[in-house]
Write a protein that binds this ligand. Sequence first.
Ligand code: C5P
Length: 213
Amino acid sequence: MKILITAGPTREWLDPVRFISNPATGRLGYLLAAEGRKRGHDIILVSGPTRLEPPAGVVFVPVESARQMEEKVLQVFPEVDCLFMTAAVSDWRPRFRRNKIKHKKGIKLTLFPNPDILSVCGKNKRPDQVLIGFALETRNLIEEGKRKMREKRLDYILVNDPNFFGKEKGRHASLFISRKGKVIDLSNYSKEDISRFLFDHCLTICNNPSSLS
Ligand code: C5P
């Protein structure tokens, strides 16, 4: 199968020396890309800036801003069977100033909304394509996950609570939700386990959309 994976944060530049971003590491997306290659799939990895090495054998497409990511994703989306949208896309971008902003005085920034890449894919998706979204939520994980899945027309969503620490320190609360409403608790899974789980669960419906569980 041909699988598109997005990863990492996006950078939204204010001026030639400053940007707005977020602390996403890109690790889950890169692990998914490696797992997909191991299973013999064709992988396209569209990634914002990270410190990670792209896994061998993947088609690697580096991008910086949300709008660049949108352009690359929409270019290849019609050709793929499945999209794992793990990227932490910046919700807003400032207006870019060509000259460095002087720091002596405070400034007011107006932020403009970025395109919702996954929603655009959801609107254009064929029934045989599988869309998996990822969300960070600090409250009402199931409700919020289901709402996003509906609004973005996803098949599956993985919702993480970054503030929750399970029995083992460093483990996040993770819930996997399917379009049919099945919820599976993956809170004790490592990111490696999660990437294997997602491949086991999400790809079976590509050839048979009615088999969604
Ligand atoms: O930010 P939000 O919780 O809405 O993110 C849920 C999903 O939507 C994620 O998979 C994320 O990659 C995607 N998203 C996107 N474009 C945005 C914001 C989020 O594709 N502008």
